[in-house]
Design a protein around this ligand. Structure first.
Ligand SMILES: Cc1ncc(COP(=O)(O)O)c(C=O)c1O
Length: 429
């Protein structure tokens, strides 16, 4: 490698002391990234789970360019614009959550959901401060989102400043798991107990916890959670930043899970990965508590780039693409299935699992389990050398490709992982 780390860049989630110099990407097209040096790479993780339809998709690129020539930004507290109105109407129609609040990214979409839930109770004159979240959850890196996320290496310096959250086990499962039911029951019992304390909201990542390790739960568990939340008269927040917008085979992961949350956070695939934008969807009954002439009832929250017209144009184009060829996301799971079944035969693969476009497994390793396990990093390099970009979460390996990936490219991804597993040293990892 001829490069050093760039002297002016500070990359996210990265210690440059322990990471090789970052490579420069000069172009992307479909599922492929083109580097300044070296052969092209198949992006098997949709560049941090955002590139829903593939890189530089012409439909989205054109929608943004067209909008940029008309209106690039307007103060959204004074004005609205056609792209925001169209997007809000479409999302409300498709989800049944009638109100759309715009922000800038996944963390802010979650922050807005949390603040809305807490203020909803405040506006009703009932102080409910308890928030309930799940073990292993990741909801983002701003303070509120961090607080509801699991405490980890990422949050450690800030732990003393994070507000308290009641935590419930997440009964994640995998193929041929025969012990899931008692774990689900244990989690539901813990939830029932926690809900005896007046609770503002329960927040969860429906169907799949992403950064926590692609940890999948069964729809029936989520339905049982919702039932308990309703019985307690609390609110349910679905963080669909990763799992939503087609990733799990339906527009919302909640729809596939058979639950109807009060608030839903969206981002990532929303704009097809072209521009940063977050959305918090809310039921009309939530919005109604913020009405009235009393100024303390207003949701005093906003961002400079709220409902940025370019972001809204990208999101409308992203939704157009989902609607034009719905089978692309609705049937993606079938494309993974037989490939994952074959890979699951490998002795270093355990707990295979699948949801929509997301296929995952845990590495069989002798090292520490979890994010700090080094095996994933070694595998990542071995797979990268074969032209495929993956980014295991410690010992969790997953594929989360763009919808446009071809059959041949998907085969290449599985083959690269299979070869990488063969080459993975047996000792220490
Ligand atoms: C479920 C979930 N919520 C929130 C976030 C935070 O989103 P962002 O990185 O856009 O702030 C992420 C990011 O990976 C996520 O997976």
């Amino acid at each position: 490698m001829s490069r050093n780390h760039h002297p002016n860049l500070w990359p996210p989630f990265t210690s440059i002391t322990t990471t090789p110099p970052l490579e420069q990407v000069v172009r992307g097209e479909g599922a492929v990234l083109y580097r300044a040096e070296g052969p092209p790479l198949i992006d098997a993780i949709s560049s941090w789970w955002v590139t829903l339809h593939g890189h530089a998709h012409p439909v989205v690129a054109e929608a943004i360019a067209e909008q940029a020539a008309k209106l690039e930004q307007v103060i959204f507290a004074e004005f609205t614009h056609p792209q925001a109105e169209r997007l809000a109407e479409r999302l409300a129609g498709r989800t049944g959550l009638e109100r759309v609040f715009f922000s800038d990214n996944g963390s802010t979409a979650v922050e807005v959901a949390l603040k809305t839930a807490v203020q909803w109770w405040h506006n009703r004159g009932e102080a409910r401060q308890q928030l309930i979240a799940f073990d292993g959850a990741y909801h983002g890196d701003t303070f509120g989102a961090m607080a509801v996320g699991a405490r980890s290496l990422f949050s450690e310096p800030f732990d003393p400043l994070l507000f308290p959250v009641t935590r419930i086990p997440w009964p994640h499962t995998h193929w041929n798991d025969e012990e899931v039911e008692p774990r689900e029951q244990q989690a539901l019992d813990a939830l029932g107990l926690a809900l005896r304390t007046p609770t503002a909201a329960v927040i969860l990542e429906p169907l799949v916890q992403g950064a926590g390790g692609m940890r999948i739960v069964r729809p029936q568990f989520l339905q049982a959670v919702e039932q308990r939340v309703r019985e307690a008269g609390s609110l349910l927040i679905a963080d669909e930043v990763m799992a939503g917008f087609g990733r799990c085979g339906r527009l919302l992961a909640s729809q596939r899970a058979g639950i109807t949350p009060d608030l839903v956070a969206l981002s990532k695939g929303l704009t097809a990965g072209f521009l940063p934008m977050g959305i918090t969807l809310a039921k009309e009954a939530i919005f109604e508590e913020f009405l009235g002439t009393d100024p303390t009832k207003t949701l005093w929250h906003g961002h400079s780039f709220t409902a940025n017209p370019l972001g809204c144009a990208a999101a409308n184009a992203s939704l157009d693409l989902l609607e034009v060829e719905p089978e692309q996301h609705e049937q993606f799971e079938q494309r993974h299935r037989s490939r994952l079944e074959r890979l699951a035969q490998h002795p270093r693969v355990q707990r295979p699992r699948l949801c929509g476009t997301i296929a995952a497994f845990d590495l069989v390793t002798s090292g520490t389990q979890g994010y700090l396990n080094p095996a994933g990093k070694v595998l990542r390099r071995l797979v990268r050398d074969q032209g495929v970009l993956i980014r295991p979460l410690g010992d969790v390996v997953y594929l989360l490709p763009p919808l446009c990936i071809s059959e041949t490219q998907l085969d290449q991804c599985y083959e690269a992982i299979s070869n990488g597993l063969e080459a993975l040293p047996a000792s220490d990892l």
